[in-house]
Ligand binder design. Structure first.
Ligand code: SF4
Ligand code: SF4
Length: 257
C-alpha cells in the first residue's frame, strides 16, 4: 500500500509541487489514466498559505494538499474509480463522464469542456512507467513531500485531513499564544519574566521565561481557552485571557506591573 506523507514543518511554500503537477497534466493527456487538465481553474496539488497571528507576531504556514485518493471518493465513484493494487486510485476519464456529483469531494474539479470530474491520479502513468514517486514529490526540494510504502513511511502519529485518504501529515499547525512583557515606566522590555500558560481547568500547560526581546511564545498548543499568567522579577503576577479556540493569539505588549 502506497501513501503520501507531508511534513508541514519542512514546507517553505516554494510551490514547486503545484507547478510540477500542472506541468505534468496541463496540455497533455495520459489516457487511459487522465484526460488533459485545463490550463486554469484546477489544482490537483494545491499549496494553501495560512497566515496566523497578528502583526508583529505572525507566522505563515504552507499546507500542501493533494486531491482525491480517498475511500469515500472511490466508494461514491463506483466503477468510475480505478482502484490500483498499490492502494492509489484515479477517476476513469471515460466512465466518470457526467459525474459532476463527484465534485463535492475536496480537490475534485469539473471539466466543463470534457464533462468529466478530474483530480489527482497519483501520477499512475509515471509509476507504471517505472517512476518511484509522482511528479509533485519528485519536485520537492525540501523532502516535505514523501511517497512510498505505508510501512516504510512510518505513519505513527501522522494525521489525515480527510479520513480514509492516502494523504498523511506531520506537524500540522495547532495554535500559538504569544506576547511581550514591557516595563512601561522604564521604557524597556522585561527579560526573564516567568510566564505560564494555564488551561481552563487550572492546569499549567507550559511555562517559560521571556527572552531577550521580552517575548514569550507557546507554540503548537491545542485549540482551547487559556490564561496567561506572568510575573516580572520583583513584581506581582498578572493574568490575561487568551482564547485560542478558533485562532492563534497575540496578547500584545502587556505591562510588567
Ligand atoms: S501525484 Fe501527480 S497528479 Fe497527483 S498531485 Fe502529485 S503531480 Fe499531481
Ligand atoms: S515543493 Fe515541497 S517545499 Fe515546495 S511547496 Fe511543495 S511541499 Fe512545500
Amino acid at each position: 500500500m502506497k501513501a503520501f506523507l507531508i511534513d508541514v514543518a519542512r514546507c517553505n511554500g516554494c510551490m514547486n509541487c503545484q507547478i510540477a503537477c500542472k506541468d505534468e497534466h496541463c496540455g497533455t493527456d495520459w489516457l487511459p489514466y487522465a484526460a488533459e487538465q485545463p490550463l486554469t481553474g484546477q489544482f490537483w496539488c494545491k499549496v494553501e498559505e495560512r497566515v496566523r497571528g497578528t502583526v508583529p507576531k505572525t507566522r505563515i504556514t504552507y499546507i500542501p494538499q493533494i486531491g482525491g485518493q480517498s475511500d469515500a471518493l472511490a466508494a461514491a465513484a463506483g466503477d468510475a474509480a480505478v482502484q490500483r493494487d498499490d492502494g492509489l486510485m484515479y477517476l476513469d476519464p471515460e466512465k466518470a463522464k457526467g459525474r459532476k456529483d463527484l465534485c463535492e469531494f475536496e480537490g475534485v474539479y469539473w471539466n466543463e469542456e470534457l464533462q468529466i470530474p478530474q483530480t489527482c491520479t497519483g501520477c499512475a502513468h509515471l509509476l507504471d512507467d517505472g517512476w518511484e514517486v509522482p511528479r509533485c514529490v519528485d519536485s520537492c526540494p525540501t523532502k516535505a513531500l514523501r511517497f512510498g510504502d505505508v510501512a516504510e513511511l512510518d505513519l505513527e502519529g501522522a494525521e489525515q485531513l480527510i479520513a480514509g485518504s492516502r494523504i498523511w501529515y506531520r506537524n500540522l499547525p495547532k495554535r500559538f499564544v504569544t506576547g511581550c512583557v514591557v516595563d512601561f515606566d522604564e521604557r524597556e522590555v522585561v527579560i526573564g519574566a516567568d510566564v505560564k500558560l494555564v488551561s481552563a481547568s487550572g492546569n499549567t500547560v507550559a511555562e517559560q521565561k521571556t527572552d531577550e526581546f521580552g517575548d514569550f511564545m507557546f507554540d503548537q498548543v491545542e485549540p482551547a481557552a487559556y490564561q496567561v499568567i506572568y510575573q516580572a522579577p520583583g513584581k506581582d503576577a498578572r493574568t490575561y485571557d487568551a482564547d485560542a479556540t478558533q485562532v492563534d493569539v497575540n496578547i500584545g505588549d502587556v505591562p510588567a506591573a
